[in-house]
Ligand binder design. Structure first.
Ligand SMILES: [Zn+2]
Length: 130
C-alpha cells in the first residue's frame, strides 16, 4: 500500500487519502495529498520532509500557518515539487516562522524502480528448446 507523508504531523501513514494516527484527514487538496507519496519519492525523502514539518510544528500552534510555512519551504527549496504564492499576511507569518528555525536539508530522491527491488531468484527462466 502507498506510504504517504502526513502534512499535519510529519509521520508516514498508509494511503494518501487515509486518516493518520494523529487523526488528521486529507488536506482537502487532492494534488497536495498525492504530492508526497512513495510512488514519487523514496522513504528517506518523505521522512526528510516529515522532519521539516515537525520542526515547523515546534514553532507555531497555528495549523494554517504551519501548513503554509511547509508549503513555502518546499516552494523555496524544492520548486520542482510545487510552488505557492501566499497572501501577503500569511507570507509575513511564514517568513517569521521559518526565520527562527534551522531546518534539515532534504535530498530529494526518486523511489527505487520496482524491478530492482526483486531478487535474482525472482527471475523467471525460460527453457531453451532445440
Ligand atoms: Zn499525522
Amino acid at each position: 500500500m502507498t506510504k504517504a507523508l502526513c502534512l499535519n504531523c510529519g509521520n508516514l501513514k498508509y494511503g494518501a487519502f487515509c486518516a493518520c494516527s494523529c487523526q488528521a484527514q486529507s488536506s482537502g487538496n487532492i494534488g497536495l495529498d498525492i504530492a508526497f507519496i512513495d510512488r514519487f519519492y523514496d522513504i528517506e525523502t518523505l521522512k526528510g520532509f516529515g522532519a521539516v514539518i515537525k520542526a515547523i510544528r515546534s514553532a507555531t500552534t497555528d495549523p494554517a500557518a504551519r501548513r503554509a510555512a511547509f508549503l513555502e519551504y518546499v516552494s523555496e527549496h524544492h520548486p520542482s515539487i510545487l510552488t505557492v504564492d501566499l497572501e501577503p499576511e500569511m507570507k509575513a507569518k511564514t517568513t517569521e516562522i521559518l526565520r527562527g528555525l534551522t531546518l534539515p536539508t532534504v535530498t530529494v530522491r526518486e523511489p527505487p524502480p520496482r524491478r530492482q527491488q526483486r531478487s535474482e531468484t525472482d527471475r523467471f527462466e525460460i527453457p531453451k528448446f532445440i
